[in-house]
Design a protein around this ligand. Sequence first.
Ligand code: GDP
Length: 397
Amino acid sequence: MAAADNALAKLRNIGIMAHIDAGKTTTTERILFYTGITYKIGEVHEGAAVMDWMEQEQERGITITSAATKVEWKGHPINIIDTPGHVDFTVEVERNLRVLDGAIAVYDGVAGVEPQTENVWRQADKYNVPRMCFVNKLDRTGADFFRCVQMMIDRLNATPLVLQIPIGLEGDHIGVVDLIGMRALTWRGETQKGEDYAIEEIPAGLADDAAEWREKLIETLADVDDTVMEKYLEGEELSAEAIKAGIRRATVAGKANPVLCGSAFKNKGIQPMLDAVIDFLPSPLDIPAIEGTATDGETPLLRKPSMSEPFSALAFKIQTDKHLGKLTYVRLYSGKLESGSQVINSTKDRKERIGKIYQMHANKREERATAQAGDIIAVQGSSRPPLVTRCATRPTR
Ligand code: GDP
């Protein structure tokens, strides 16, 4: 694999989908926070550092409305594409679903699967977007993790791969059992943002449940993954690595949905969720070649997700930035895009000049000379109406 494509393997382009009030904003905000502070963990108790974080956080509160925001977790760049949850924005949801490679569905642990999650879930099915699930709000009165998992089966026709079970619910919710590593991850008491979890033995009262759910995880995985099935039938003990590899294959193929849980508001469960994004959701290289048409509007073309292929991209959102004016958000599928270059707008069948290219982060924007396959960037339009770059449709994976 070329070095550039190797870098592409690390990238994740994800969206967060939820019924209104399930906790999408809180979860996103926590992701921005944790990804922003990872390099500072250890300084948490120093006054200056805390101030610094709070200022950054305030700034993030403003920039969170960006259509796509780039963050980094453990050396992996992650683009978070804003997916509107409201049912009125269905067309917008669909357009956004076309540009993301994977998604996290957030559920209210009390309400479970709600109508808007159902809608977005079906749209994501249509575009074959691999998904994992985060059952949020387990600190709330009436929270029921297993009921929510059952609703995913009954209402969404999903194949949940339960990777964690909660330790305690409502006021007693202190953490989760990690069923792959068979250990307890805990955030005790009034958890501060940025606090890492403690790793403990599985509480005695949960040992049987954990063993049972681990078995169920492996059985479900064997059903959807041949490699795991072979090992399972041979009675081979599956290593954590083999289980993870199986979960990744099944998730990328859209055959199953890893399920994690916690409480975004109480800062519980976010770090393992980010680990799961890296471990199980696809990179742009995992996505099959994009189908589109040549400039004659007829000849079908395929573009592989690689820098060495010719350029293809899809403009998915136009937004006004208070400093930069009109911005067109673009997902590149193949090739490269240079500021000042010309591209063909296939919907209008004409050449258009690319203005400045920006990478939007949570708390800053960065001008870039070029962008490449897999990237999600914002282009400052020089033309009116704002330019739309060459479109490649994305019918199947
Ligand atoms: P969104 O509409 O999906 O973006 O939901 P928000 O993130 O705005 O959350 C809706 C409400 O639920 C807000 O009042 C949040 O503070 C609250 N909330 C979010 N996550 C949790 C959680 O884990 N536990 C509790 N108890 N409340 C939460």
